[in-house]
Design a protein around this ligand. Sequence first.
Ligand SMILES: [Zn+2]
Length: 182
Amino acid sequence: MKRIFITAGHHNRDSGAVGNGYQENKLTQELRGLITAKLREIACLNIWNDNDDDTLAQVIAKINQVATADDFLLEIHFDSAERAAASGATALIATGARDKSRDFAKQLANDVATIVGITNRGVKDETESNRGRLGILHTKASSCLLEIAFISNPNDMARYQIYKESLALAIATTIRDTLAKY
Ligand SMILES: [Zn+2]
């Protein structure tokens, strides 16, 4: 049975970005929980969540033990910039990603932009990210690293807080439909 990996960027000993009173690892863990709960309500799928005490390397190693090319993976992050006006949702995929990863990523960025009401920064190659290469995008699963909104932008975060439940349902629906399609 196809699996969906839903993982929260950063872990208990790595806050990730901070801003506007928020800590990225707490935001990613919360949204992973919301999406997972919605997905359990609307579909019967094999869902895999990461453990927040594991480092990124440990999470990737565990995924590599079980992932196949039929699986999908969504890793959740929040973006951050020096410029407080920077805004919007970005979906990152691996260099040379399969078409189904690109399709999944495009739909996810669209979900966030539409529901939260922020700019759609679109699907970008990992080489356009700060780190250049994103290890989580290189398991066997078709993968997207979704930067939901900018933690550094007060408007992005205010809108996210209002719409996060609806967003979780939209993302869960995209996951269900994507796994059914491929
Ligand atoms: Zn992050």
